[in-house]
Design a protein around this ligand. Structure first.
Ligand code: SF4
Length: 361
């Protein structure tokens, strides 16, 4: 059976797509072009309405061409219902795919790539007013540390035994807000009478970074995404001092205007953001900072936008993912409408893109 995977959205989806492809190929499927495939798998994204519209458009085109479509990842309940009515099969995990195609779930090999994505948590508790993620992915849930360490060890082992030894593996830890990673770790300790007892220990993101750093091998660790409100001195010190941790940090600014940050439910001011950046630069040598920014959020005046431009000039981002605001049904900011024209959003987008990504000031 020939299949094709279409990925829309974030690195989490890219990670899932790589694993899904390996899983299907391990079970006798052949990866091919969309034209030649009779089974199409879509890893969806609901962050922007344009992405959702694109998915529905693709589904209709594939169905017209007689292909069966399967969908997973970030889909709202309302869209799941609509897709089901169109005859699209929604699945959540490999077990469900195994059931649909009657496959053995265990027949699966880890892919050997230069980049290994490891999700450490799912969901988000932050409820930024424009974001649909807490509604599609649910609340924060951290994976057990043993599972993450074992997956990281598997990746480094597979990588070192494959023909890629001259290259360096990069492990990217994924989560909507990795700084919130938190888990109760159980360790066995022996008391004075040599009796074992189980002790509970809290593990946070910094501890997780330290544990992964201890794994043998020549590899790098990076992570996505952070929330500026949750980046503390301990994380800054870990990036500065752990040799395997890449000297870069993704710090989504979203806006440089305090008024807009408040409306976005981002609990920091532009000055607090700049103080954090200064602290990071002071302690981490040769640090690269990347960011996310939204232009055209409802109520963003030219003055608000210029404040964002000013913050960008002060920080000197290495890279920026700039998004034009797109209202998502079900989010808090949906009720604010979408008063800024597409042309104006495009103008603001271009200014920031030239400033940050093309370095034209
Ligand atoms: S922190 Fe990120 S994922 Fe969570 S609500 Fe805000 S934008 Fe969405």
């Amino acid at each position: 059976m020939k299949f094709c995977i279409e990925t829309i959205g974030c690195q989490q989806n890219e990670y899932d797509a790589a694993n899904l492809a390996t899983f299907l190929k391990s079970n006798g499927f052949f990866e091919s072009s969309p034209e030649e495939s009779d089974r199409i798998f879509i890893l969806a994204c609901s962050v922007r309405q344009t992405a959702v519209d694109r998915i529905f458009g693709r589904v209709r085109n594939y169905q017209k061409a007689g292909k069966k479509v399967y969908i997973t990842a970030c889909v709202t309940d309302a869209d799941k219902k609509k897709l089901k009515e169109l005859g699209v099969v929604y699945f959540e995990n490999f077990d469900q795919i195994s059931e649909i195609f009657e496959l053995p779930t265990t027949n699966y090999q880890l892919p050997t790539n230069l980049t290994s994505y490891i999700p450490i948590m799912t969901g988000c508790n932050n409820f930024c007013s424009y974001c649909i993620v807490p509604f599609t992915r649910g609340r924060e849930k951290s994976r057990p540390i043993e599972e993450i360490i074992s997956e990281a060890k598997n990746h480094t082992f597979h990588f070192s035994t494959a023909k890629l030894r001259s290259e360096k593996l990069e492990i990217i830890l994924l989560g909507q807000n990795v700084n919130s990673y938190k888990i109760d770790q159980k360790t066995k300790i022996k008391n004075q009478n040599d009796k074992s007892k189980i002790q509970k220990e809290k593990t946070d993101f910094v501890k997780l970074l330290k544990e992964i750093s201890k794994i043998d091998g020549d590899f790098q660790i990076s992570f996505l995404s952070n929330h500026p409100k949750d980046v503390g001195d301990d994380l800054i010190e870990a990036i500065a001092t752990l040799p395997k941790v890449k000297k870069e940090i993704h710090l989504p600014l979203q806006s440089g205007s305090d008024k807009i940050l408040k409306a976005m439910n981002r609990p920091y001011t532009s000055q607090q953001y700049l103080d954090l950046v200064e602290n990071c630069k002071l302690k981490i040598e040769n640090l690269k900072i990347t960011t996310d920014i939204i232009v055209g959020f409802p109520g963003e005046t030219e003055e608000d936008f210029q404040q964002t431009v000013e913050v960008c000039k002060k920080v000197g981002f290495a890279l920026g993912y700039i998004n034009k605001y797109s209202p998502r049904h079900g989010t808090a900011s949906y009720k604010l409408g979408d008063p800024i024209s597409w042309a104006e959003k495009q103008r603001r987008w271009k200014i920031l893109d030239e400033l940050i990504n093309k370095k034209i000031s």
